[in-house]
Design a protein around this ligand. Structure first.
Ligand SMILES: NC(=O)C1=CN([C@@H]2O[C@H](COP(=O)(O)OP(=O)(O)OC[C@H]3O[C@@H](n4cnc5c(N)ncnc54)[C@H](OP(=O)(O)O)[C@@H]3O)[C@@H](O)[C@H]2O)C=CC1
Ligand SMILES: O=C1O[C@H](COP(=O)(O)O)[C@@H](O)[C@H](O)[C@H]1O
Length: 599
């Protein structure tokens, strides 16, 4: 797969593991590698990691972007016969099965991306713009085609017109942007069809083949549709439009079911037509820059990992808020509610990454194994550790904001929560007794997602008197602001300069906008690129999903069976007061109450 941009490709350096390099060089002293590779950097790293793990193989980059693996011992004992000018032949059988191996012929492979539900909100808002951003950055393969698929009748030109309205140029990348947009749009096509029609998907298959023009074809289907039609599409697409000469992968959007049973049933149905390796369950929060950075922060800084346990951490808070309601999505939302919409997936995924043990490696399976372990060490949620709320109409500055049940698509007696706060616990050695508090709500006073880590008090603090009775104020707090205005800051105590001894609270901060001039890519860009490259690290494996549902299903059933009435809160407020009582029960104060800023 040809990927040429410096942003995406591993253009001039390749790597061998140390012993492979030394063996290789002993065996072939004149051949210090490594010419140009057009293989993507991340895919190459993954090949290297997997090769190393499996059989202590090294990875060699080969001219024109081919990748071969060299078994260290055999390189030492008998260098490959066709070795010439430091170039190893491609040995496809030695490549990991699903890695898009490449050979000279492979340069001619193609990727077709079909956005199913292309007429919908998510496709317009996120998927097409993310694909364009990847195209702009030269991250898409040379031969790619994008198809929109939905029931709505549209011509290619109408799709392009629709898509063009939501494409944007990055602030830092405007050069030739409108030309690039035009070129991108010319690679977008549309096919109208029913979701359960094998015939319509067979028509799509014919069109895809025309575009693939005899190249080996890899196909990615993005299911940007309501979940009740996932299976119809997967069945029709897999029977009539899967690739016969390359990989076929399917990105499935959430919600993955409503509870343990429906999620398991969905997985069973998907697996009638797809293998687990073909299913990419997306949780777009895993693609957010600061969520990706969590592991880097923890595992590559000596100062954090030793503190990352019950010994030093008092509580962890995962906070999500939006300053708008469910307007326009009430029909969907009322069937799910905020716990299923945000907590069971986005916040729980962040929690798992935050709390997991050190994985054996950065391989997808190693990371996902650790996440599953954490999830399975958690106590299922109990009603007494949860507060639910629903926003009501509120008038401010002469403007009246609608309540949740004012939406015509929402039943007037709905008790669906638009806000929830919960206390969760991980019953393992690292986190025993540490409350993990989650809070998620719509129609609140601001839009924000952050992780707050409140550390314990300094024992025998010499400066205790300077803090008065409020020792909490003196504890360190690490804030990872996922959005907006990404930042990581650590609240510390320091002396106010001067002759006296007055203490102050300050932020040691990494404010992304100040530190990096580059615009942060949207989560969907990263995830789409990963799916194209077969990188599963940021996608949810079925056992992770089962473990996540096991935590929330009993609570969700109880809420529904008992029709627990949510506490009403005004549109634009900070949410129900109950959330403060819940936190107080565990001696916690929500960290987002102050007005701290990362600068
Ligand atoms: N929108 C968002 O911000 C987010 C959405 N998601 C998830 O992504 C998926 C897509 O979301 P979104 O784009 O908002 O969804 P939409 O409601 O906009 O649906 C997408 C398309 O699916 C078709 N469709 C809608 N309802 C039905 C139905 N009942 N039966 C058959 N086809 C239908 C329509 O296309 P047509 O009529 O042309 O066939 C529609 O344009 C959903 O699973 C959603 O939960 C996840 C995170 C955020
Ligand atoms: O998955 C969802 O996420 C969005 C919030 O995503 P963000 O990237 O804009 O923070 C939320 O609005 C939606 O209800 C939910 O389904």
């Amino acid at each position: 797969m040809a990927v040429s941009s410096p942003n995406c490709s591993f253009s001039s350096r390749c790597f061998l593991n140390a012993s492979a390099r030394s063996n290789y060089q002993q065996a072939t002293p004149s051949s210090v590698l490594l010419p140009q590779s057009s293989f993507s950097k991340r895919a190459l790293k993954r090949v290297a990691r997997e090769s190393r793990k499996k059989s202590n193989q090294g990875v060699v980059c080969v001219q024109d972007g081919a990748v071969a693996t060299a078994v260290t011992s055999s390189v030492k004992e008998s260098p490959p016969k066709s070795l010439k000018d430091g170039i190893l032949p491609v040995i496809p059988s030695q490549l990991h099965e699903d890695v898009p191996a490449f050979s000279p012929a492979d340069k001619e492979s193609s990727v077709s991306i079909t956005v199913v539900g292309a007429s919908g909100d998510l496709a317009k808002k996120k998927i097409f713009p993310a694909l364009f951003a990847l195209y702009y950055e030269d991250c898409l393969p040379k031969h790619f085609t994008i198809f929109g698929y939905a029931r709505s009748k549209m011509t290619d030109a109408e799709l392009r017109n629709m898509v063009s309205k939501t494409l944007t140029c990055r602030i830092d990348k405007r050069e030739n942007c409108s030309d690039k947009m035009e070129q991108f749009l010319q690679r977008c096509f549309y096919h109208s069809g029913q979701y359960d029609s094998e015939e319509n998907f067979a028509e799509l298959d014919r069109k895809l083949k025309q575009h693939e023009a005899g190249r080996s074809s890899n196909r990615l289907f993005y299911l940007s549709i309501p979940p009740n039609i996932f299976i119809n599409v997967v069945k029709s697409a897999s029977l009539s439009a899967s690739s016969s000469s390359g990989w076929t992968r399917v990105i499935v959007e959430k919600p993955f079911g409503r509870d343990s049973e429906s999620s398991a049933a969905l997985t069973r149905s998907l697996k009638q037509y797809l293998t687990e390796d073909q299913i990419f369950r997306i949780d777009h929060y895993l693609g957010k820059e600061l969520v990706e950075n969590l592991s880097v922060l923890r595992f590559s800084n000596l100062v954090f990992e030793p503190l990352w346990s019950r010994q030093y951490i008092r509580n962890v808070q995962l906070i999500f808020s939006e300053d708008f309601g469910t307007e326009g999505r009430g029909g969907y939302f009322d069937n799910y509610g905020i716990i299923r919409d945000i907590m069971q997936n986005h916040l729980l995924q962040i929690l798992a990454l935050f709390a997991m043990e050190t994985p054996v490696s950065l391989d997808a399976e190693d990371i996902r194994n650790e996440k599953v372990k954490v999830l399975r060490s958690m106590r299922p949620l109990q009603l007494e550790n949860v507060v639910v709320g629903q926003y009501k109409s509120h008038t401010k500055g002469g403007v009246t904001y609608p309540g949740y049940i004012d939406d015509k698509t929402v039943p007037s007696d709905s008790v669906t929560p638009t806000f929830a706060a919960a206390a969760l616990f991980i019953d393992n050695a690292r986190w025993d007794g540490v409350p993990f508090l989650m809070k998620a709500g719509k129609a609140l006073h601001n839009k924000r997602a952050e992780i707050r880590v409140q550390f314990r008090h300094v024992p025998g603090n010499l400066y205790k008197r300077s803090f008065g009775t409020d020792l909490d104020r003196a504890t360190n707090e690490l804030v990872i602001r996922v959005q907006p205005d990404e930042a990581i800051y650590l609240k510390i105590n320091n002396k106010v300069p001067g002759l006296g001894m007055r203490l102050d609270r300050s932020n040691l901060n990494l404010h992304y906008a100040a530190r990096y001039s580059k615009e942060i890519p949207d989560a969907y860009e990263r995830l789409l690129l990963d799916a194209i490259e077969g990188e599963r690290r940021l996608f949810i494996r079925s056992d992770e999903l089962d473990a996540a549902w096991d935590l929330f299903t009993p609570l969700l059933k109880e809420l529904e069976e008992k029709k627990i009435a949510p506490e009403l809160y005004p549109y634009g407020s900070r949410g129900p007061v109950g959330a403060h009582y819940l936190a107080a029960k565990y001696n916690v104060r929500w960290g987002d109450l102050g007005s701290d800023q990362a600068h």
